[in-house]
Ligand binder design. Sequence first.
Ligand SMILES: Cc1cc2nc3c(=O)[nH]c(=O)nc-3n(C[C@H](O)[C@H](O)[C@H](O)COP(=O)(O)OP(=O)(O)OC[C@H]3O[C@@H](n4cnc5c(N)ncnc54)[C@H](O)[C@@H]3O)c2cc1C
Length: 398
Amino acid sequence: MDETPELAAFRAETRAWLEANCPEEMRTPVTSDSDICWGGRKWRFRSGAQRLWLERMAAKGWTVPEWPTAYGGGGLTKDEAKILAAEMRRLKARPPLSSFGIWMLGPALLKYGSEAQKLEHLPPIARGEVRWCQGYSEPGAGSDLAALRTSAVLDGDHFVVNGQKVWTSYADRADWIFCLVRTDVQAPKHLGISFLLFDMESPGVTTSPIKLISGYSPFCQTFFDNVRVPGDNLVGEPGKGWDIAKYLLTHEREMIGGMDMGSAGRDSMNQMAKKAIGTSKSGKLKDGLLRADIVRHEINAYAFGLTMERVKDEAKAGQGIGALSSMLKYYGTELNKERQELLMSIGGSDSLTWEGEDRRDGDPARTWLRSRANSIEGGTSEVQLNIIAKRVLQLPGA
Ligand SMILES: Cc1cc2nc3c(=O)[nH]c(=O)nc-3n(C[C@H](O)[C@H](O)[C@H](O)COP(=O)(O)OP(=O)(O)OC[C@H]3O[C@@H](n4cnc5c(N)ncnc54)[C@H](O)[C@@H]3O)c2cc1C
């Protein structure tokens, strides 16, 4: 379909602006964890170019292109946002900012937050000034999240929070936490939960990093010992936090499902395999079995990319993505695990490199190990299949 004259003009302006403002270094593929800019008070920019790219994009509101301008966004329509994304891909531009604030808390605050909460929290998220972590899982509450026990008891105009979270990604590097707490112990378990925001520097908050098999510590145990949180930091009504939590999870699952789509600028798997294994006289990859596996994977990945686009378009036209996010999360994460397995096969024994603290390209073993967690974080594959059966396919319960 042809673009309207307005959209064609927007594309031309966007292309020119990106050409003029995206530093050369930010047009190269992300090759290590520190190439990803997370922002926040503790963030140390890897380079001047990383800082400049974030500042320039944030000034236009393009770290969150579709958020309203009043909250630091670009105020773009969905068609304009698609053009911006396409023009960034064309330039192989890196995302200027990655953040739980953008992917998870922002959408939840836009729907459920008070005006004061939106104005306080959304612009610093958009500018990459405050980094958020997610306080959902507890030692006795993972898949059965509503079993959570961290308590928040009202004392005057403050809540007093006590309890423990676990697997809190980047809690030791985050500035604030969005946290599920139990405010009513008498109510049925889903109805006693509230959604609270607080500063990780509040007295009584401590974190203890957990080391993974990959040697890396991306998450923590997080402890709350009489943490005093202003009552105004409650999002929505007391006891209604479960609705907010579920809505936020649909955004988290959509984001995790689309993680493998961010490999722009890299060699395709076919190109990598040809370089590593060589080609026959006819130019085909020498290993026929691997060739078939790669082709099947690439076709499925292409079809999944189209499904994501369709679901997102339908969601924007209607009531949001809802339980379909479980479908994207399930298939996208299983696909990414398969991709990492194939990359290990392509590299053979050369894949078994293990250098330094950071994950890098050419360090596929750690990326493969990390991908095993994709189908656990944000709710396991089994839990997604349960949701798909009940909410998407409407199958009768057991
Ligand atoms: C990399 C990573 C990052 C994470 N980051 C965060 C974070 O920032 N914040 C946060 O709060 N949490 C985080 N988590 C935690 C994550 O949400 C939980 O690990 C996940 O929800 C599963 O809970 P669990 O680990 O307690 O497993 P369990 O719930 O104990 O599940 C164990 C096994 O039982 C299966 N199972 C459980 N219930 C059912 C059922 N009803 N039907 C079928 N099978 C079932 C599961 O699929 C799984 O295989 C993270 C996890 C990972 C791996």
